[in-house]
Design a protein around this ligand. Structure first.
Ligand code: THU
Length: 141
């Protein structure tokens, strides 16, 4: 069960890491913080590329870091993003793109929470089933 303090801690981590976003093309900077079931937190930012489709979103960066470190069970991800020059309170909530939703589906059960946040006081929490209903998956051997 995620406590409110965990949610706020994740939002703070996402907001803090966002300063490392590499977004010289879109100027849209995103930070994400993913909590594994053991309580550890993995952060990520969007990393763009001169060949635009090569860039990666903050959410997938966080998942790739965590899975690379041996994690496979997760509770929640917080996402903070918006135009670089805007203050966080001026942002719209930033939700994962379709590609990230499918990427997450590999790891996320229905109880996984997606937290779209402006800051630690303004955020929305959604179960993954609401973020990607009827998710495609294959059974694993
Ligand atoms: N982006 C993310 O990192 N996460 C999202 O949830 C939405 C979009 C990135 C991709 C690209 O670098 C920039 O934001 C603008 O689309």
């Amino acid at each position: 069960m995620m406590q409110e303090t965990d949610i706020k801690r994740l939002i703070e981590s996402a907001s803090e890491i966002r300063k490392h976003s590499y977004a010289p093309y879109s100027h849209f900077t995103v930070g994400a913080a993913l909590m594994a079931k053991d309580g550890s937190i993995y952060t990520g930012v969007n990393v763009e590329n001169a060949s635009y489709p090569v860039g990666i979103c903050a959410e997938r960066t966080a998942f790739v870091k965590a899975v690379s470190e041996g994690k496979s069970e997760f509770c929640a991800i917080a996402i903070v993003g918006g135009r670089k020059e805007q203050s966080e309170s001026a942002h719209e909530l930033c939700y994962p793109c379709g590609l990230c939703r499918q990427f997450m589906a590999e790891w996320c059960k229905e109880d996984f929470l997606v937290i779209a946040a402006k800051n630690t006081n303004e955020y929305c929490v959604h179960p993954f089933s609401e973020i990607l209903p009827f998710a495609f998956s294959l059974s694993k051997e």
